[in-house]
Design a protein around this ligand. Structure first.
Ligand code: FES
Length: 160
């Protein structure tokens, strides 16, 4: 039986079919009334994650903004799939997905990430916050797991 909209709003886990999510594409689903992202990272995106750690405030995810099994360099269970709550840790706006490398407005060193236009916070493609922006911490990674290779569940890690 599928959970009702009301039950989902109250926090029931949400199952998501990721079989058609192309590499480089972001899918937004609602979980606990919050936009929650699933990003299918490309091999190139994963390689870039290692290249600019000195610019990040918490590159090793020391602040517990993720379950213990996502305290790793990609902040994920499977490196290619990032699951993150799409709410800026400054004042709660929804950052935009800016996967382009070096766009004019974000500068020549932008390797792709998430940008919050409200007050200029920047996060990388693992949801790690940059230094010198208003957001204090990395984006939240919710508990999640895999029901199969193509089905993800957000809100529980029974099937991790
Ligand atoms: S809410 Fe994102 S920078 Fe302020």
């Amino acid at each position: 039986m599928m959970p009702s909209e009301r039950t989902k709003g109250a926090g029931a886990p949400v199952a998501v079919d990721i079989s058609t999510l192309e590499p480089g594409t972001l899918l937004t689903v609602e979980w606990r009334g919050k936009p929650t992202w699933i990003l299918h990272r490309t091999a190139e995106m994963l390689q870039l994650l290692e290249k600019y750690e000195e610019k990040l405030r918490d590159p090793k995810s020391e602040v517990p903004q993720q379950p213990a099994y996502c305290k790793n360099p990609t902040r994920s269970i499977k490196p290619e799939f990032l699951v993150a709550v799409g709410i800026c840790t400054h004042l709660g706006c929804v950052p935009t997905y800016r996967k382009e490398i070096a766009p004019a407005d974000l500068g020549p060193e932008w390797p792709g990430g998430f940008f919050c236009p409200c007050h200029g916070s920047k996060f990388d493609l693992a949801g790690r916050v940059y230094k010198n922006v208003p957001a204090p911490t990395n984006l939240v990674i919710p508990r999640h797991g895999y029901l199969s290779d193509t089905r993800l569940i957000i809100g529980t890690d029974d099937k991790k």
